[in-house]
Design a protein around this ligand. Structure first.
Ligand SMILES: NC(=O)c1ccc[n+]([C@@H]2O[C@H](COP(=O)([O-])OP(=O)(O)OC[C@H]3O[C@@H](n4cnc5c(N)ncnc54)[C@H](OP(=O)(O)O)[C@@H]3O)[C@@H](O)[C@H]2O)c1
Length: 250
């Protein structure tokens, strides 16, 4: 039976991916802060399919919760970091910016590095059984976005960190692959329910793209084709012009 650990599985993309993997016969270890949601998923599918630990990635104790989860779901095939916060913050509410950095950057580094060190000391990983580490970043990491400075910048940092890790993993010949999953707008709790978002996808449809990416161990996944086109176009915009595109609100 294939196994995955999903950090940030109490709602949205993490939960949708967990459900899809369980539906395909996987065993999952899930984490997040809202225990009632973790417990509900375990109750729905049973303890043999779902293990959980309450975890706040902003706290150093998150690694203890991860270790406890790895006791139950040992040597998983996949570790997915689906945790993330962020919203438009043009007034630069400082605590919001700082919490976004802590959750998306500090939290990711804490969990991903701890897991890599776990893989290093776990003999069950070898060239035949490699771990795949994936992080849900965002197309928002392509450029700094004035309406959401911390969100877009933390997503960019996540992507750059994953590139660095994949090079380090090769240098050290570790049995690990790394994936950077960059969705566009998906209807989850992270979005403002009062706003309209273009090219919005459902969490279920996004989860199908994510699960495919995990199984194929894709390095970079941008979905769907409309976002691939958009990101390609964004990258061509010079900095002086980007600064002037003040109609970019989302
Ligand atoms: N939805 C989109 O349009 C979209 C687009 C691009 C990228 N993404 C990215 O996709 C990822 C998942 O977001 P989502 O859309 O699925 O939103 P979501 O429904 O709000 O899910 C966020 C998840 O992160 C967890 N989380 C937040 N802070 C945490 C903390 N301190 N410790 C542990 N877990 C924490 C939440 O669990 P608890 O609150 O229970 O802790 C929840 O499970 C995020 O990184 C987001 O940036 C989303």
């Amino acid at each position: 039976m294939k196994q995955a650990i999903i950090i940030g599985a109490t709602s949205g993309l993490g939960e949708a991916v967990a459900r899809q993997l369980i539906g395909e016969g996987w065993r999952v270890g899930i984490a997040g802060r809202r225990e009632h949601r973790l417990e509900a998923l375990q109750r729905e599918y049973g303890r043999d399919r779902v293990a959980y630990r309450v975890m706040d990635v902003m706290l150093p104790s998150a690694t203890e919760a991860l270790d406890a989860l790895l006791e139950e779901v040992s040597a998983p095939d996949v570790l997915l970091y689906a945790t993330g916060i962020g919203r438009q913050n043009p007034d630069l509410e400082e605590q919001m910016e700082i919490r976004t950095v802590q959750t998306n950057c500090e939290g990711m580094v804490r969990i991903v590095d701890h897991f890599i060190n776990y893989v290093k000391r776990t003999p069950r990983y070898d060239t035949k059984h490699r771990a795949h580490i994936a992080v849900i970043t965002s197309v928002a990491g392509t450029m700094g976005i004035g309406q959401a400075p911390a969100y877009s910048a933390t997503k960019s940092m996540q992507s750059a960190y994953l590139v660095a890790l994949s090079q380090l993993i090769r240098m050290r010949r570790l049995p690990i692959t790394v994936g950077d999953i960059r969705p566009g707008f998906v209807a989850t709790e992270i979005l403002n329910p009062e706003k309209h978002y273009p090219m919005l996808m459902t969490a279920q449809s996004a989860a199908r793209h994510i699960v495919r990416s995990l199984k194929r161990r894709q390095r970079i996944t941008i979905f769907d084709w409309r976002y691939r086109l958009l990101v390609g176009f964004w990258r061509l915009i010079p900095r002086w012009l980007w600064e002037r595109l003040t109609m970019v609100k989302n």
